[in-house]
Design a protein around this ligand. Structure first.
Ligand code: NAD
Length: 560
């Protein structure tokens, strides 16, 4: 395309198989993963380059997408491409150990880090919102969050003094790219769940991809289905089309009247971006037009609705339910909308996840560039054989093998910790080298990880030493991964919880079966989770200090 004929949307699907057109597997892997992020099976709104999480984009424009793909194909194995908020801006001579791509997305100077200023710059074509794994090309569809969501609901069951969720009813909102993992995560834990979304097409997509059992537009019918499932101790997920701000309030009245008993309440609508949350009183069809006509007015109305939505959640908590924020910043937005008790319930990280972060555990994920699901099946078996004593991990891999429908390139996620992840990476590399797998494996993670994020409403909420907003840690993580041999490294602002509220980093490595790949994998997959242990040692978590001592992490002032 030339400047006169702008490149337009088209259907993108990553190439499969062991032959590459790029000059290194690092560049080929980055190209395939960018394309995979935009595969219609993977992306929520591929025509707009939107992958997930409100407006999380993979590239700034279709012209930029074409230029990235072309540059990656031409890139020498000792060169590095720089990407500034979804646009390729330079190629530099580096060396073979250096990343093939370095990415910075959505970063703004502190005082300018607001949604209105971000949108002004976005409209000028100067930036894009990269979310976490959208702009860093390692989104793998809804599965990417599934194990984390499954583990979170398992922890909720434990905090309710139960072995699993059978006989309980969960209420939640938001069946989008990430939120859509919630119904399957609850049913895998044995529970019944009702999920509310304003967009019928999202509920239909979750049913089609096997993440949701059924949905209806009739609230009465939905309530009857989940009440019966709870009473029978059956696992069942039901979606209902509606606005969560209204439906949660309505269900609270029924809960108080004794017509139904809700045990667990959370939410994953796109509350981090007030323009991606539909306020009560605006019709679904008018959403985009209203948001662009009057962003400030729309924001105020969205916050007003979030205040109602969160007030209902606090009402459920007052009535005895287990209630938590699921990482979308809805408490902060509801507070801005005028609801004073928005922070009455905790975020999910301090409530359930932090002990895992203290061990460097987090969402390790891998993708088969061959496109062959059999490669993932073989890697599942290999991971089970590496960690046979980890019963939860083995159970997860068995269930995921049965229940997860692949979206785009076949992929797997499982949570592994410090001095575990590199064992899996080295094993995969051996399997590629021996020909047991039919193509290289890409290994990455979410930015939602132990050492790679500063996000005071989510990953670093209520840190033991009060260091919630210190953002040196994700920057050190990115620098270390760059120095350790990652294939691409990214630094983002605003993912998960929105502009002004987070800074985070990503890394991806590639197992192409070579000896050099093994050396890089060993370092990156040891050092990257190591920064999580380091960060939690520094914040004063005793478990992190034990892990550092037991597993040999050098933290200079640990026992000083
Ligand atoms: P998404 O944009 O793909 O989906 C959001 C969904 O919310 C859409 O289907 C939309 O129709 C629905 N929605 C908007 N307003 C609504 C309303 N008033 N009532 C009912 N439904 C409404 O986003 P996603 O990728 O699913 O992410 C959802 C949120 O979760 C984001 O804020 C994201 O940043 C956050 N997130 C959390 C985690 C985590 O680990 N907890 C991980 C990733 C993302």
């Amino acid at each position: 395309a030339t400047a006169a004929t702008p490149a337009t949307a088209r259907t993108v699907r990553a190439p499969r198989g062991p032959e590459r057109t790029a000059k290194s597997w690092g560049a080929e892997a980055a190209k395939r993963m960018l394309m995979n992020n935009l595969d219609p099976e993977v992306a929520e709104h591929p025509e707009d380059l939107v992958v997930y999480g409100g407006t999380g984009r993979a590239a700034r424009s279709w012209e930029a997408f074409d230029a990235i793909v072309r540059t990656l194909d031409e890139l020498e194995p000792d060169e590095t491409l720089l990407v500034q908020s979804g646009k390729p801006v330079g190629v530099f001579r580096t060396h073979e150990w250096a990343p093939r791509v370095l990415i910075a997305n959505s970063n703004l100077v502190g005082d300018w880090a607001t949604w209105p200023e971000f949108r002004r710059l976005e409209q000028l074509g100067l930036t894009m919102y990269g979310q976490m794994t959208a702009g860093s090309w390692i989104y793998i569809g809804t599965q990417g969050i599934l194990q984390g969501t499954y583990e979170t609901f398992a922890a909720v069951a434990r905090s309710l003094g139960r072995d699993d969720l059978s006989g309980t009813l969960t209420l939640t909102g938001g069946a989008g790219g990430m939120g859509g993992a919630q119904p399957l995560a609850v049913t895998l834990n044995g529970g019944a769940v009702l999920i509310v979304d304003v967009d019928e097409s999202r509920l239909a997509r979750r049913v089609e991809h096997g993440y949701l059992d059924e949905y209806t537009t009739d609230l009465e019918a939905a309530v009857a289905r989940v009440v019966a499932a709870k009473a029978a101790g059956e696992a069942l997920s039901v979606g209902v089309v509606g606005n969560a701000a209204e439906v949660f309030g309505d269900l609270l009245l029924r809960h108080r009247a004794g017509d139904l008993e809700v045990d667990i309440v959370t939410d994953q609508t796109s509350a981090h971006d007030p323009l991606a949350y539909l306020p009560v009183g605006i019709a679904f069809e008018d959403w985009k037009a209203e948001a662009s006509r009057d962003p400030e007015g729309f924001t105020a109305r969205a916050r007003g609705s979030m205040a109602k939505h969160v007030a209902a959640m606090v009402g459920f908590q007052d009535a005895g339910a287990e209630v938590f924020d699921y990482g979308n910043s809805i408490r902060a937005e509801a507070q801005l909308g005028g609801f004073d008790r928005a922070f009455a319930f905790p975020g999910f990280v301090p409530a359930y996840i932090r002990p895992q972060f203290a061990e460097g555990r987090g969402p390790f994920r891998w993708v088969a560039l061959s496109g062959d699901p059999e490669d993932i099946r073989k890697t599942d078996e290999a991971v089970k054989a590496l960690f046979p004593d980890n019963a939860g991990l083995v159970r997860w891999l068995d269930r995921a093998g049965d229940a997860v429908h692949f979206e785009g390139l076949p992929a797997r996620i499982c949570w592994l910790g410090y001095k575990e992840r590199h064992l899996a990476g080295l094993k995969f590399n051996e399997m590629v080298a021996s020909g047991e797998l039919s193509g290289p494996i890409v290994i990455g993670r979410d930015h939602l990880d132990a050492g790679s994020v500063a996000s005071p409403y989510r990953e670093t909420e209520a840190m033991a030493d009060g260091s919630d907003a210190i953002a040196d840690w994700p920057l050190l993580n990115a620098l270390l991964n760059t120095a350790s041999g990652a294939a691409w490294v990214s630094i983002h602002h605003g993912g998960g919880v929105g502009i002004g509220r987070s800074i985070h980093a990503g890394q991806v490595t590639v197992a192409d079966g070579t000896a050099l790949a093994a050396e890089k994998l060993e370092r990156v997959l040891t050092n990257d989770p190591g920064t999580g242990v380091m960060r939690h040692v520094d914040a004063g978590y005793e478990r992190a200090a034990e892990v550092a001592r037991e597993r040999g992490l050098n933290v200079p002032m640990l026992d000083a």
